[in-house]
Design a protein around this ligand. Structure first.
Ligand code: SF4
Ligand code: SF4
Ligand code: SF4
Ligand code: FES
Length: 980
């Protein structure tokens, strides 16, 4: 298909918008409201062109075969200029003293593109105050051009549905919750609106007064300068004024640095540029991230104050009695080297253990396991995927062969149906959740949610149900059986691709819908409906997380999910498959790179002699042949006196492991404990040596996100004072033990990993440059696999396999003494216990503490109000926190977010584990509740988004603007705008 643009023929891509076709053909036309990631908004009218003699908006028109497009016509040009003149009536051009004058301001650049000298419609301020009530960004109505990009982003991309424009008002403006102050609205501070705003109407507060050379002037001085500019404009025109501001903008380039990094918080893998001025973080600017585009959540956009926190550890510390003293690196490293050598000599290499960080880089995990295996000689090596993700990996290993997501986030967007089991996706994987919310709201995707809580995704679902705790395996197996028994399965797929079908069918015999209904507390009709929806959907993606994995049957339930997908043929095609949502930014990568007791990098078994021989040759050592202890076994081994020393980096083990009191007890028994951290964490309290590390912004390396996507992070800042990147510290320790490592940059570490690891054979830093990414497996020639299993499954015969799984009762069931079930999990604003996020003041202000969610029924029964102080006691410990009464929980279910170091929910959880992987059964906890009598304020302050009242609409609703009496489409009268 071709169209003619200004007389030249241009090939059209499938489904291409006219504006994109024009841009691709190199013709520059204004397009103020258009943003490719938001689609057409059609509010600004600046993209007018003639198509077959008619004036149309290029953004709102699809390119079509044979179209005759004229951009250079008097009529179209006049229309575009008139439209932009109207925009300038809403926006004061004071670029030289504007913090947004950074070369990327759409209003500034369009003024230059159109060579506007004077405006026809005079600028008129709006009768509203600037809104500063959000801690992270501000809205200035006087600069708002009413393009609606922010509204479109909030309504259709983030789908928080906070923003709208009151088009019918004499003075339209952007509204939060229909007119509330931003800080008291449902705004979750994701920053989408700020990122896409084409001018300075929405700005990050950290930018204000900081970005420009003149922008820090006092308000009266600034107003004076703006008045001078306004005064000279009629005489000199905008051309000269813009030249001056462009000089100032160029000057900024030498002091503002923009560096690409990857988010340090969750496993979605958002990437963005960080803007810095010396050590000051001015803003985070997402645009090109393969996983996120312009999207972020509150943590990735605004949660970076911890990096410059005065609490950072900046010098090594050595224990002296009950306190610590500062030490030099030399002294601390010498001590670590000496004690590791002594302990190894006295009680053997297996009396030492190593725990890698799923927040640190792939290269750092690789070095840590190499230190354990090649230098010390033990496989006692693990990472915190043991606490959450190992069961999901096991379920996939059993059935399809690779322990990773079956496709990409794009596949989740494309699916006809998304089934979410035990995942509070909107809070734990916020940007990934936006893609589901968008597909559901805008593109008719179906959504089924199974969860104990009615969280946001549940509230949005087409079908939401609450199975009894620990019974997911039953209803999933029953739905699979129903599908197989009623001819709804994809028999062709099963016949061609799946082994053990008959045996599997037999294993499901007892899983009738009636049995499931009885055990799970669900109506048969709901299960039948779910079965039909799954069987009939055009592609099913199942998303699951810790609500599934943190049970004694975590691996088996994950297996049952994969069995269901195999039965319905939901592998080997786009828009389908299994998606265990990885929690930490690099929990996938830590395991991929060998931080596990039984695997070398790339899941190569330590007890396979041929594999071991390969690593022995490469590392020039002999290696221990038997799998080591995982981190759950390590705690038991310390209590048993078998494990004497531990080296851990970047993990708050004493709080995030289950049965925290038992774990803390163990850590206090170690003969020698080295903790490498950025803050003095709770775990540091048990250390003998504390080594100050650098966070992600201060180092280079790679992370692997939930979709197996490997991405590079670049160094944004120098390490603070004496802190060092973890890979350097691990190398320093290895060398104190005689290793003789000489890595000067993480890229050299990857050069060693790739040839040893078939899964990553083609990974190089060059192939990951900038925003380029690779999704493993990566072949030697650099080709990767966004969709796994395109040709075969990862088993010797290329076929997947059904894996029968029985059900057993969960542990720790409520009884007369511990009568309530306690669920726990993440909160949007905080990451885990909050060691990093509490150090951002705005986050602390909005979400200052943990709390206990109580259902209205239970609250009524026990006389509890929001704010009541409660004590929860389990068989393992006690915590105190205030109540929040909410319908998110139901009946005798309690929920406690994990964002506390003082009242950590893991003081209540047990040491029971998943049978196959030793992942703690965090979600199998029963407690007794005592109302303490005092009632305080709501632990969620008024400024918390959960108190807001969203205003859902389909988008910016430009039709309402077009209906205004004072609106007419530009171009239907010729208006003369003066230009150069
Ligand atoms: S939720 Fe708040 S920060 Fe996010 S797009 Fe909506 S208004 Fe903006
Ligand atoms: S605040 Fe919203 S409507 Fe106003 S200019 Fe920015 S993106 Fe456009
Ligand atoms: S969704 Fe996850 S990766 Fe993305 S910005 Fe938020 S915390 Fe970071
Ligand atoms: S860019 Fe087309 S109407 Fe704004």
């Amino acid at each position: 298909m071709t169209a003619t643009i200004d007389g030249k023929s241009q090939a059209i891509r499938l489904g291409e918008r006219l504006v994109d076709l024009i841009n691709r053909s190199g013709i520059e036309i204004p397009q103020v409201c258009y943003h490719p990631q938001l689609g057409p908004i059609q509010t600004c009218d600046t993209c007018m062109v003639e198509v077959d003699g008619k004036l149309v908006r290029a953004c709102g028109t699809m390119a079509a075969d044979g179209m005759n497009v004229v951009t250079i016509s008097v009529r179209a040009d006049a229309a575009r200029r008139e439209a932009f003149d109207r925009i300038l009536g809403n926006h004061l051009l004071y670029c030289t003293v504007c913090d947004n004058n950074n070369g990327n301001c759409t209003v500034h650049n369009t003024t230059r593109l159109l060579a506007v000298e004077h405006q026809q419609i005079p600028y008129k301020p709006k009768p509203y105050e600037v809104d500063m009530s959000n801690p992270f960004y501000r809205y200035d109505p006087d600069q708002c051009i009413l393009c609606g990009r922010c509204v479109q982003a909030c309504q259709t991309l983030q789908v928080n549905e906070t923003l709208s424009i009151n088009w019918e008002d004499p003075h339209p403006r952007v509204l939060w919750d229909g007119g509330a102050p931003i800080g008291e609205s449902s705004c979750v501070s994701c920053g989408h609106c700020v990122t896409v705003c084409p001018c300075n109407a929405l700005m990050e507060k950290h930018m204000l007064g900081e970005a420009g050379y003149f922008t820090s002037l006092s308000k009266p001085a600034l107003s004076g300068m703006i008045d001078i500019v306004k005064g000279i404009e009629p005489e000199v025109g905008y051309g000269a004024i813009l030249k001056l501001s462009e000089m100032e903008s160029h000057m900024r380039e030498s002091r503002i640095k923009q560096t690409k990094t990857v988010c340090t918080y969750c496993g979605v893998g958002c990437s963005f540029d960080v803007w810095t001025k010396d050590r000051q973080i001015l803003k985070v600017e997402p645009a090109h991230g393969a996983a996120n585009g312009v999207s972020t959540c509150i943590k990735g956009k605004f949660g970076w104050d911890y990096v410059n926190s005065p609490d950072r550890l900046t010098k090594p510390l050595i224990r002296e009695g009950d306190t610590f003293r500062e030490a030099s690196w030399d002294e601390a490293l010498a001590l670590v080297g000496r004690r590791f050598t002594e302990i190894k000599a006295a009680t053997g290499p297996d009396s030492l253990a190593f725990i890698s960080s799923s927040k640190c880089t792939n290269e750092e995990s690789y070095l840590m396991q190499k230190l354990a295996r090649a230098v010390i000689g033990t496989n006692n090596m693990d990472n915190c995927s043991r606490y959450c993700q190992a069961p999901a990996t096991m379920g996939l290993f059993r059935t399809v062969g690779y322990g990773g997501d079956a496709g990409s986030i794009h596949d989740i967007e494309k699916a006809g149906l998304v089934l979410i089991v035990g995942s509070n996706t909107a809070e734990s994987h916020p940007v990934l959740a936006t893609r589901v919310k968008r597909a559901h709201k805008m593109h008719g995707q179906k959504l089924i949610v199974a969860d104990l809580r009615e969280h946001e995704m549940a509230a949005r679902a087409d079908v939401f149900f609450r199975p009894r705790p620990g019974t997911d395996l039953i209803w999933i197996s029953a739905v699979t059986k129903y599908i197989l028994d009623n001819g709804l399965a994809n028999q062709k797929f099963i016949d061609q691709w799946v082994n053990r079908a008959a045996e599997f069918k037999e294993s499901l015999e007892s899983f009738t819908l009636e049995m499931a209904s009885d055990r799970c507390g669900l109506p048969v009709e709901t299960l039948t409906k779910v079965a039909h929806m799954i069987a009939e959907a055009d592609g099913v993606c199942v998303l699951w997380a810790m609500g599934v994995t943190q049970h004694t049957m975590g691996s088996d339930t994950s297996t049952a999910i994969s069995n269901l997908l195999l039965a319905t043929g939901n592998y080997m095609r786009p828009g389908a498959g299994a998606y265990p949502l990885r929690g930490h930014n690099n929990v996938q990568g830590a395991s991929d790179h060998g931080a596990m007791p039984n695997y070398f990098p790339g899941y190569q078994k330590v007890d396979d002699p041929a594999i071991r021989a390969k690593f022995e040759t490469a590392w020039k050592v002999s290696l221990p042949p038997k799998p080591g202890l995982d981190n759950h076994m390590m705690i038991d081994a310390i209590h048993e006196g078998k494990l004497k020393a531990m080296y851990l980096f970047g993990e708050e083990m004493s709080l995030v492991d289950s049965n925290a009191n038992f774990v803390s007890d163990a850590l206090s028994k170690l003969d020698f404990f080295v903790v490498q951290e950025i803050f003095f964490s709770e775990t540091c309290r048990f250390a003998d040596v504390i080594l100050p590390a650098s966070p992600s912004l201060e180092k280079e390396g790679t992370f692997t996100s939930t979709e197996r996507r490997i991405q590079r992070l670049y160094q944004v800042l120098e390490p603070l004072e004496e802190s060092r990147p973890d890979w350097q510290i691990i190398q320093d320790i290895a060398n104190r033990l005689g290793a003789g490592w000489r890595y000067e940059h993480p890229s050299q570490i990857y050069e060693e990993i790739a040839p040893l690891t078939p899964l990553m054979a083609g990974v190089t830093y060059e192939r990951l440059e900038g925003y380029k990414t690779l999704q493993w497996p990566v072949a030697e020639d650099g080709s990767d696999q966004p969709l796994l299993y395109t040709k075969e499954f990862n088993f010797p015969d290329g076929k997947a396999t059904f894996f029968p799984v029985p059900w057993s009762e969960p542990t720790e069931q409520p009884n007369a003494e511990y009568d309530l079930h306690l669920n726990n999990g993440r909160l949007l604003e905080h990451f885990h216990e909050g060691n990093m996020t509490y150090r951002t003041e705005g986050i602390r202000e909005k979400t200052p503490c943990t709390f206990i969610e109580v259902s209205p029924e239970l609250a009524g029964e026990r006389g509890i109000q929001t704010g009541s102080w409660l004590q929860l006691t389990s068989r393992y410990g006690k915590v105190r926190a205030q109540a929040v009464i909410t319908t998110r929980v139901h009946g005798n279910e309690l929920y406690m977010p994990m964002n506390s170091t003082d009242e950590a929910v893991n003081r209540l959880t047990s040491s029971h584990t998943d049978k196959a992987t030793h992942t703690p059964a965090y979600k199998e906890t029963s407690v007794q509740l005592r109302v303490l009598g005092e009632v305080g304020e709501d632990p969620l302050p008024r400024t918390n988004a959960r108190h807001g009242h969203p205003t859902p609409q389909t988008g910016v609703e430009v039709e309402r603007k077009w209906k205004r009496k004072d609106y007419r489409q530009p171009g239907d009268q010729l208006v003369q705008i003066q230009t150069r």
